[in-house]
Design a protein around this ligand. Structure first.
Ligand code: ADP
Ligand code: MG
Length: 362
């Protein structure tokens, strides 16, 4: 196993890229720690599969290098990199039995027969197909075939990393949760480096130690679910993670005050003068709806009761703002102001988070 380093990596599918939009991956530098479980999260088309295929060796990057440990593997094949990859749609050999399909990667590596038998049995149980091991893959449902693909990805214990590209897309919703739990257990048991691509935040947050958020060909943040929640480094992370996502409000920021169109907000940090597009970001969890006469005036448009809490959709000087109100708390007709928790307000300049010069209480 190895630490994976991406050094000045960039990729374009065009022969002569000219504008920034021509690059599916913009230049990036990242280190993926050995043995960690990562989720690669982002909207469709942001470059997740491109990045995964470059790491596995299916695609050669236009620029930059990939290192495993200290070794440059940029020009090596997937087999030489010793990587297992599971794709969105099943890749199985129809004429082989389930058992033969699962055994295939081990046979290829000339593993001892006894070991293969035991290992296939274990993996068969893991994917819930013990009873079907001697059936031919032909005629099985897409769901079952994808489970075989997953099993094949997991069967070898000696791989450097296992990469999953939205592997549960064709899997029945009930089975999804069970399989994701299995993958997590497998990770805890064997400690392989795993990279799991998804566009679903719940899937990412439940699977991974670290979530890598991609946006428009860039990795905008690599962090624990808690870090993504507390300090989104890019407005996209704030918006994409959370339900609903972070509120963003245009502001003028100076020192420890943010001036909005209809009032002022206190900040826990101290900031230098900022130019460009400046916004403050605060998650709905840290906005309080109040009937006091302090705070910013809002007009409540709608209340959604989602069981655990209520989501209040309101209007703040013509802009949407969401507030999470704990279950059981009344929402009175005279509640027409919101207060932000200063410690939970982040400041953004041109979509990137600004680190405060000083932080109160830090
Ligand atoms: P994701 O997996 O996040 O949905 P992809 O990595 O598949 O995103 O795609 C990133 C961008 O690269 C998209 O704009 C997509 O249209 C483009 N792209 C992907 N594969 C190819 C290809 N083989 N040839 C040309 N463009 C591609
Ligand atoms: Mg993809």
């Amino acid at each position: 196993m190895a630490q994976i380093t991406l050094s000045n990596l960039a990729h374009s599918y065009l022969a002569k890229p000219s504008t920034p939009d021509d690059w599916a991956l913009k230049e990036m530098n990242h280190v993926w720690n050995d043995g960690e479980a990562y989720a690669l999260l982002g909207a469709s088309g942001c470059g997740k599969s491109t990045l995964l295929n470059i790491i596995s060796g299916l695609l050669h990057p236009s620029e930059g290098k990939i290192l495993f440990g200290d070794t440059d593997v940029t020009d090596t094949t997937t087999a030489e990199r010793n990587i297992a990859q599971v794709f969105q749609f099943p890749v199985v050999y129809d004429t082989m039995t389930v058992r033969e399909n699962l055994a295939f990667p081990l046979k290829n590596r000339r593993a001892p027969a006894e070991y293969i038998r035991d290992r296939v049995q274990t993996i068969g149980a893991m994917i819930g197909m013990e009873a079907e091991l001697d059936r031919r893959a032909r005629g099985l449902t897409a769901d079952a075939k994808q489970k075989i693909s997953l099993g094949r990805g997991m069967v070898r214990e000696d791989v450097n990393a296992i990469l999953f590209d939205e592997p549960l897309t064709v899997i029945d919703p009930h089975m999804k949760w069970a399989l994701r739990t299995q993958l997590k257990e497998l990770h805890q048991q064997f400690g392989h480096t795993m990279i799991y691509v998804t566009h679903d935040q719940t899937e990412a947050l439940t699977f991974a130690d670290k979530v890598v958020v991609m946006h428009e060909g860039r990795v905008v943040q690599m962090g624990t679910p808690q870090q993504l929640f507390d300090t989104p480094e890019h407005t996209f992370v704030g918006y994409f993670i959370g339900s609903p996502g972070m509120n963003l409000v245009p502001a003028q920021v100076l020192g420890n005050r943010a001036a909005l169109e209809t009032g002022e907000v206190g900040l826990a940090g101290t900031y230098p003068a900022l130019d460009g597009k400046v916004e403050i970001g605060v998650r709905p969890e840290f906005v309080t709806l109040t009937d006091a006469d302090t705070g910013l005036p809002v007009r409540v448009r709608r209340v959604e009761d989602v069981g655990r809490h209520k989501i209040v959709r309101a209007d703040l000087f013509g802009q949407d703002i969401n507030v999470i109100v704990p279950e059981g708390q009344e929402i009175g007709a005279d509640m027409s102001r919101v207060v932000f928790d200063p410690a939970r307000v982040n400041v953004y300049q041109n979509d990137w988070r600004v680190t405060p010069l000083e932080q109160k209480g830090a």
